[in-house]
Design a protein around this ligand. Structure first.
Ligand code: ZN
Length: 136
């Protein structure tokens, strides 16, 4: 790289961007704090039933929080196939990243729906509760 090229690179850098990024981060944090809390979920925090080791976090378990109930749902996590990515012919790295993120969000939504369904059914059938209120 020639010195003139290096000068061009240095000149293209956004000096002061750290302060701008920091301000944007603080604004986003403030907005998130001002936002209403998400609705309560039927799904409790996951636990990882297997001992630490190879693949130990590949299975997560969501357990019923009712006292004395040992019921739970186990699912594989992080091992789902990625599936096809739909990209424009002249895709950019940003398109690829967006497609991967959309796929991950779709799989997470499907898993969340399956868990909510399982917990809703369990609460209704075993604990005779109407989970329509959502709090768990
Ligand atoms: Zn239960």
């Amino acid at each position: 790289m020639l010195d003139t090229e290096l000068d061009d690179v240095v000149a293209s850098l956004r000096f002061g961007s750290v302060a701008e990024d920091w301000a944007a981060l603080l604004a986003a944090q403030k907005a998130a704090q001002a936002a209403p809390p998400p609705p309560p979920s039927l799904i409790p925090m996951a636990v990882f039933p297997h001992e630490p080791g190879v693949g130990w976090c590949g299975v997560a378990r969501w357990e019923c929080q009712r006292k004395g109930c040992g019921w739970g749902v186990e699912m594989s996590v992080g091992t789902e196939p990625v599936g096809p990515l739909i990209l424009p012919v002249d895709f950019t790295p940003a398109d690829l990243s967006a497609a991967i993120s959309a796929g991950a969000e779709s799989r997470a939504a499907a898993q969340r729906e399956a868990l909510e369904h399982a917990f809703r059914e369990h609460l209704r059938e075993v604990h005779a509760e109407d989970p329509a209120g959502g709090a768990h």
